[in-house]
Design a binder for this molecule. Structure first.
Ligand code: 2IT
Length: 450
């Protein structure tokens, strides 16, 4: 890392010592930028990177709600409008017990480069709350969402900032949030939030888009390696929306997901999670209890291993961590490398610790792909939902799917080309960082402010 990058990173470490996830993501992105910074001395001249690591705006707000027993609770809500240089702020909302500033900032920073990679005009944002959705009744979730939006609505809009879902925020929460926005503003601005129900402006394919997009990206990697998806065995972590989309698309394309994992342990289904019955069972299981995947093993008579992860087994061809940040640390990475598996395709936001990612990238026999490229189809289709809303049109599933596929092919080739341009070979991690960064940097330079 050159002296300029190192000094900005040092300042980030000092300033954000209590936000390790944010420091981690800045360090990861910066580790790819040296050749770009050296080629563009004008960036250092205006200290562009210090601007880039500072969110344009970030709100904290109080969210008060009443539970079904009449007790009152106060949570904290956030929205971080990280970078609006290339379009209105766009990014999800995460409701999870462990959410705090560091999580929201890391996700907002990642989102900025991810959104840039989609090729669509969307800036980077993220928000959420430390609200714990576990065990909450429908009425409690409704009251929480209404209170959350009552605080947030004045800061967002279809041309300002467009939230969406993330962990703990699915179709139900998006519906409640939109309903409250409409009530408060008295306008039909359904372009203000994405991931909506189909009856009020949602896009076909949006629920599956992140997982489908990840598999389309994977197909490009396989093509590059003169390989194909046919017959491949895939291990995913998670079994949420994203992992589910991977299972479905993989099955459609003749591959199969043979491992999945949840907070309680992992499931090994050597036949593959590839039938409608199995996929529907997962939807039901997760709606009833998002913390346990063991019921799947009981229902379909396969192995369940409690309290650990499945990384490092030899009987898989492709790994796709699709659960949460820092799922794979250096210890797991070593097991993965030893197993001889070739493809490590990140899907969740920052699923690998920096030392583990560096270690895996250093394995000659492996191809590593970064989440900010692999999972960009989700927010990409959110941008397509925004287009449909402003056009007052509804596109067919085929149209959306074709656009998604095209987007993933482009993201892969742009990343590969960016790495190639700087003499880095087929380095998809560096390529995504460079390609995502370049567009944001150019826009910021041309706008002359911020
Ligand atoms: O991490 C992500 O890209 C998302 N949670 C989706 C964001 C969006 O605006 O669709």
């Amino acid at each position: 890392m050159n002296a300029y990058l190192a000094s900005v990173l040092e300042n980030v470490k000092t300033k954000h010592g209590n936000e390790p996830e944010f420091v981690q993501t800045v360090e990861e992105v910066f580790s790819s930028l040296e050749p770009v910074i050296e080629k563009h001395p004008e960036y250092e001249k205006v200290d562009l990177l210090t601007r880039m690591v500072e969110p344009e705006r970030m709100f904290t707000f109080r969210v008060t709600w009443e539970d079904d027993q009449g007790n009152w609770h106060t949570n904290r809500g956030w929205r971080c409008q990280f970078n609006g240089a290339i379009g209105p702020y766009k990014g999800g909302l995460r409701f999870q017990k462990n959410v705090y500033e560091g999580i929201i900032k890391f996700l907002g920073f990642e989102q900025t480069f991810k959104n840039s990679l989609t090729g669509l005009p969307i800036g980077g944002a993220k928000g959420g709350s430390d609200f714990d959705p576990a065990g909450k009744s429908d009425a409690e979730v409704l009251r929480f969402c209404q209170s959350f939006m009552t605080a947030l609505y004045r800061y967002i809009g279809p041309d300002i900032d467009i939230p969406a879902g993330d962990m703990g925020v699915g179709a139900r929460e998006i519906g409640y949030l939109y309903g409250q926005y409409r009530r408060l503003k008295g306008v039909w601005e359904n372009g203000v939030i994405t991931g909506k129900g189909l009856s009020f402006g949602g896009s076909l394919i949006r629920p599956e888009a992140t997982g489908f997009g990840a598999v389309y990206y994977l197909c490009e990697v396989l093509k590059h390696e003169n390989d194909s998806i046919e017959g491949k065995r895939i291990a995913v972590s998670g079994y949420g929306n994203v992992a589910w989309g991977i299972m479905k698309k993989a099955a459609e394309l003749g591959a199969k997901v043979t491992y999945m994992a949840g907070p309680d342990g992992y499931v090994h289904d050597p036949d593959g999670i590839d039938t409608d019955e199995k996929l529907n069972f997962i939807l039901d299981m997760r709606a009833k209890d998002p913390m346990h995947c063991k019921p799947y093993a009981e229902k379909f008579g396969c192995e369940f291993v409690e309290g650990t992860k499945h990384w490092g087994h030899k009987d898989v061809d492709i790994l796709m961590p699709a659960a949460m940040q820092n799922d794979v640390n250096l210890e797991w990475a070593k097991k993965i490398a030893e197993s001889g598996v070739k493809y490590y395709i990140e899907v969740a936001n920052m699923p690998t610790t920096n030392d583990a990612l560096e270690f895996l990238r250093g394995q000659k026999h492996m191809v590593v792909a970064p989440s900010k490229a692999v999972n960009a189809g989700g927010v990409g289709v959110s941008a397509l939902e925004m287009s449909q809303n402003s056009e007052r049109l509804v596109w067919t599933a085929e149209e959306v799917d074709a656009q998604l596929k095209k987007m993933m092919v482009t993201i892969h080739s742009m990343s590969a080309e960016a790495a190639e341009e700087y003499g880095l070979g087929y380095d998809l991690v560096a390529g995504a960082n460079i390609a995502g960064f370049k567009k944001v940097a150019e826009a910021m330079m041309q706008q002359g402010q911020f």
